[in-house]
Design a binder for this molecule. Structure first.
Ligand code: GLU
Length: 301
């Protein structure tokens, strides 16, 4: 089995500098440890026509190269079905008929962690399930037998988070992100997951699910996000944030790449130059604020 890292964008629109910075970091982590670097298009949800091709173009424009062809989640339903089938055969799933509202309004069990599914459908009798099936398609949830799990993260250390009866398949039939990501990482031989630290809270669930499916738990590095000057996570509405926007205001892709590298305290130029100086433990741990306050500072001193 290969040893690999990856970048797994959702093709919901153009990549912004925050996504590109995470992609560059994932590449640096993988390449500096002799791993392959793979791409996965997470298009189960939120896919927009043309976005995938544009994202791959932008990754290439900042100098990223990946191994093999990207895989696409919408091509992989049989693999997800088979993983779900194994969990179900082991008695580890159940049907859930709750609406979002019912979940919000349900009294949570004493001591249940905040945000955890309250367990409403966990112990429905066959007759109750039959009645509910007539009114609403079921989602499939995991029957978790732990409430927390601890994972190790290269940047965050030991992190303990909630594991609840999370959704594996939504009631519209779409495989849930937490199942797809675990199955895909295992199938692609990915043993290093580098991604934005907004996903750290999902990681204990994913590590737990990987163990249930008999997969090794990858090494994790959750990297700081890029934020705007109000401290909010960067978004399209924050002005010039994509390569196309930035090119239009006179910043070509190489310059954006160099600005990103500078924010990581790495030397500018082709990404291979940064590899030699890359030290995960020396990375800034705070969110990076975009746009940087003194653009062009590199050239003015
Ligand atoms: N597709 C997710 C996103 O774009 C990333 C998932 C992951 O890296 O595990 O936010």
């Amino acid at each position: 089995m290969t040893s690999a890292g990856r970048f797994a964008p959702s093709p919901s629109g153009e990549l912004h500098v925050g996504n590109l910075r995470t992609a560059i970091l994932a590449w640096l982590f993988a390449r500096s440890t002799g791993r392959q670097f793979l791409l996965r298009v997470e298009d189960l949800d939120r896919a927009r026509a043309g976005a995938e091709a544009a994202q791959l173009r932008d990754l290439t424009a900042v100098g990223l190269e990946w191994d093999g062809e990207p895989i696409r989640q919408t091509d992989r339903s049989p693999v997800y079905d088979s993983a779900l089938g194994r969990l179900t055969a082991a008695g580890l799933t159940y049907e859930c008929f709750c609406t979002r509202r019912e979940i919000q309004e349900a009294p949570s069990a004493p001591h249940a962690p905040q945000g955890a599914y309250p367990g409403t459908c966990r112990n429905l009798s066959p007759a109750e399930r039959e009645i509910r099936r007539a009114s609403r398609p079921a989602a499939t949830r995991l029957r978790a037998d732990v409430e927390h799990r601890t994972v190790q993260d290269l940047l965050h250390g030991s992190y303990t988070g909630v594991v609840d009866d999370f959704v594996l398949r939504r009631n519209d039939g779409v495989t849930a992100y937490n199942l797809a990501v675990v199955v895909d990482d295992a199938d692609q031989g990915i043993d290093q997951v580098v991604r934005g630290d907004d996903l750290l809270p999902s990681t204990p669930r994913q590590a737990y699910l990987a163990s249930l499916l008999g997969h090794p738990v990858p090494e994790y590095a959750h990297v700081p996000l890029v934020v705007n000057h109000d401290g909010a996570r960067l978004a399209k509405r924050d002005g010039a944030v994509t390569l196309a926007d930035l090119a239009a205001v006179g910043q070509p892709a190489e310059e954006v790449r160099d600005t990103i590298l500078e924010s990581l305290r790495l030397p500018p130029g082709p990404l291979v130059n940064a590899l030699a100086s890359f030290d995960p433990l020396a990375l800034p741990r705070e969110p990076w604020v975009w746009p940087p306050l003194a653009p062009g500072r590199r050239n003015s001193g």
